[in-house]
Design a protein around this ligand. Structure first.
Ligand code: ADP
Length: 290
């Protein structure tokens, strides 16, 4: 299939990209990833999966294009996507990684804050995408609380129910959602949507970049909350973010509300312990908002 991908690159870039070598790249969660090098030394990054993933590769390419257009946080430029036999693929600019040169995390925080500060026309997005391998619905909405209730929490609760997992206190929590927003009105920001430590790196000049987005227009706090779930972001990152776009004090409790979505999603993808963390977040949130 990589020969077909090379042909697609040649067509899109209007060059004679002839594949010289392809090497495996580890670190992804879902897709097969490759470094593709031409006989003349051009290099691209490509991901592949079953043909059904084409829709998700299209969504990823759209998100990369849209983030790039803000000229804030850096992302790899998408090149092309398509089908080869029973496989689908996405090709993008190859970014060489280096070690964090020290200031990269602060710059990443600042760049992300600049992205979040640009107000978008509504919540949701232009198309649905995926968070991990789970469908992520993004219908346009002017009501963030309703959007988050319906298309983030209820969506994941229903998937969990299909696996036979029920959580206590769900109805109460869903009913009380407005309590968490009594003194805070989120604006729609373009989110990365899957900002864990494995989805950022810095290039050989020490410039940070992010990749593998699950973008939509949402409360920026959802992006920041997720950076805490698995760690990997330094105090410099949060300092950089606050310098440009300080967080509201109510973020501390809403952080749990936003990470509940990811805990439920992790339960739906991987099962096990995540059900327990989701239940303890629900309990914690209900205790905050009796
Ligand atoms: P998946 O969709 O399977 O989660 P990722 O998009 O996270 O895959 O990519 C897998 C790995 O490839 C990442 O952990 C990162 O190290 C590397 N990578 C991602 N994007 C690029 C890129 N544009 N250039 C070079 N390496 C990349």
């Amino acid at each position: 299939m990589w020969e077909d991908v090379a042909t697609a690159i040649a067509k899109k870039t209007q060059t004679s990209f002839v594949l010289h070598s392809e090497s495996n790249i580890a670190g992804g969660c879902i897709n097969e990833a490759r470094r593709l090098e031409s006989t003349t030394g051009e290099v691209y990054f490509a991901k592949a999966n079953s043909a059904g993933f084409l829709r998700l590769f299209e969504a990823e390419a759209k998100a990369l294009t849209e983030i790039a257009s803000t000229r804030t946080v850096r992302v790899p430029d998408p090149v092309c996507h398509g089908i080869s036999g029973d496989r689908s693929f996405l090709v993008m600019e190859f970014l060489e990684t280096s070690r964090d040169g020290g200031s990269a995390q602060r710059k990443l925080g600042q760049d992300l804050a600049r992205l979040h500060r640009m107000e978008q026309p509504h919540f949701g997005w232009k198309i649905d995408n995926a968070i991990g391998a789970t469908n992520q619905p993004n219908p346009a909405s002017d009501d963030w609380i309703e959007f988050y209730r319906e298309h983030r929490l209820i969506h994941q609760f229903e998937l969990a129910q299909k696996k036979g997992q029920f959580f206590q206190g769900i109805e109460l929590l869903l009913e009380r959602l407005p309590n968490f927003f009594s003194e805070y009105k989120p604006i729609p920001s373009l989110l990365h949507g899957d900002l864990w430590g494995g989805n950022f790196a810095c290039d050989t000049e020490g410039q940070p970049y992010v990749f593998d987005p699950a973008s939509y227009y949402g409360d920026r706090e959802a992006d920041i909350a997720f950076t805490y779930m698995f760690g990997g972001f330094s105090t410099e990152f949060y300092k950089g973010y606050e310098e440009i776009f300080p967080l509201d004090p109510g973020f501390e409790i809403r952080k749990n509300l936003y990470n509940l979505y990811h805990e439920l999603n992790h339960y739906n993808l991987f099962g096990g312990e995540y059900a327990r963390s989701a239940q303890s977040s629900i309990n914690h949130l209900l205790a905050y908002s009796p």
